[in-house]
Ligand binder design. Structure first.
Ligand SMILES: [Zn+2]
Length: 271
């Protein structure tokens, strides 16, 4: 078994420019993935203690041998997040939520619900800030306030960060390494913040997904939430297992490293 497999962000740099739209697109709602409906549902992890990492609930699926996809939901929680959680529960799918701190402070019960349902919850800055261009002081403020808001809501302290807009820097990398945060980017971006069109989002995701990919969506948009049942059902029919981001990489992420996808060459036994 190798350690976590990662692809440097450079391979996906082209994706970064359009991520998450403008700050004004901020709204509620995160979400994440779990086992595909086609697979046996994994047991839901117990509520974990304070300050602990969430990675105890990982690696039930070997994504080097099984077709895996990680659904991720950014910018929430928001009002539409509750409905997304219902959908994920109905499909026995766990996902990864990249939470905006000020939304966590506004909807702590939804953060708690995400965690208790077995989803991974992670940091997406406090104000959806451009961390790649931020000062050290600003980065520390954005991250520590978000970590605290999520900890207060759920009892756990995240160990993953998705930098808003995919904007990273050496400074940010150094700080995330010290704070114990792996940097998670994405492979599939359906531009759901721009196209508030359920069928469009569904089509974009289904066309782009390959084994080992990370799908970026936003649970703050009801049009995106509406696309999730069909996305899950159609990917499950193709044999995909839905995993959280740590599960995709075998359960352990390295602080400071950037994760974009599980490398295709590491899918053994797949065509
Ligand atoms: Zn975002």
């Amino acid at each position: 078994m190798d350690g976590p497999i990662l692809v440097r962000r450079a391979a996906a740099a082209v994706l970064a420019a359009t991520v998450c739209g403008a700050l004004s697109t901020l709204g509620p709602g995160p979400q994440r993935v779990g086992l595909a409906a086609a697979s046996a549902p994994a047991p839901v992890p117990k509520h974990r203690g304070s300050a602990g990492a969430q990675h105890g609930a990982v690696a039930r699926v070997d994504c080097r041998r099984v077709k895996c996809v990680a659904l991720t939901f950014d910018d929430g929680p928001a009002e539409s997040t509750g409905r997304l959680l219902d959908i994920l529960a109905a499909h026995h799918v766990r996902a990864t939520f990249f939470i905006v701190g000020e939304q966590a402070a506004k909807y702590p019960e939804l953060v708690r619900r995400e965690h208790e349902a077995g989803h991974q919850i992670a940091d997406h800055s406090y104000t959806h800030a451009d961390l790649g261009r931020a000062s050290r002081k600003k980065i520390l403020s954005e991250l520590t306030r978000t970590q605290e808001a999520i900890r207060r809501a759920s009892g756990i302290t995240p160990d993953m960060l998705r930098p808003p807009y995919g904007s990273v820097s050496k400074r940010l990398t150094a700080i995330t390494r010290r704070m114990g945060l792996a940097q998670v980017l994405w492979t599939v971006d359906p531009l759901d913040w721009e196209h508030r069109d359920t069928r469009y989002v569904e089509r974009r995701v289904l066309k782009a997904v390959r084994p080992g990919y990370i799908v970026l969506m936003h649970d703050i948009h009801p049009t995106t939430v509406d696309a999730v049942p069909s996305i899950i059902e159609k990917l499950a029919a193709r044999g995909y297992a839905f995993v959280t981001v740590p599960e995709l990489f075998g359960g352990s992420l390295t602080p400071g490293e950037e994760y974009v996808q599980l490398k295709s060459g590491d899918h053994q036994g797949l065509p």
